[in-house]
Design a protein around this ligand. Sequence first.
Ligand code: TYD
Length: 217
Amino acid sequence: MNPTPNTRGRFITFEGIDGAGKSTQIGLLEESLHSHNIKTVTTREPGGTVLGEELREILLNKDMHVDTEALLMFASRREHLATVIEPALRDGAWVLCDRFSDATYAYQVGGRGLDAERCNALENWVHPHLKPDITFLFDLPPTLAEARRIVASLRPGGCVAQDRFEREQRTFFEGVRAAYLERARRESDRFHIIDATSSQERIARKITAVLNERGWW
Ligand code: TYD
């Protein structure tokens, strides 16, 4: 069960197609939370634990069946919940997580065509009673995201080699985006859609406004 909101920290997730610009905003939010003396744990999926980071290496680089991909995503998530997310929330910290189960619905179901029932079954197994308190969905057209990924890879220090997901075609990302938007429509209280074509300043203000509306700080 989710512990009562007064004693438990907040669980905030960031989602969107590759190249939508989540990382900068996670860093900015972390800074503002620290300036309000709020304890944070910033983490990511797949990954976030020693085992999870090893699974991430495999997931991003080795070809596999879509079922295997979904199972490994949830295996990494189980470990992450048990050793990082749940203890941090119990400790009153705010967990800022770069992707969570919505990404499996978007990428494996929406992108690769996994049966949604399989994803539901895994979610019910791995975290039947825990949902993010807020999910920021960074939305932008796949053509723009693709252009951003290319620009980022050409910057000094940028990584030219793409992982298995980044190498996917535009139709894959269209499926991912559609699945994210559908999920956001169904769970509109939890999701906040961010127009990822806006400036970083505007996006940061929007995120702060959402937290203000909830009276969380
Ligand atoms: P991410 O860390 O956002 O990539 P990067 O650091 O390269 O921006 O996510 C890694 C990839 O994993 C991303 O392409 C989306 C994919 N992914 C899934 O396919 N399913 C999932 O459940 C998760 C959490 C991520």
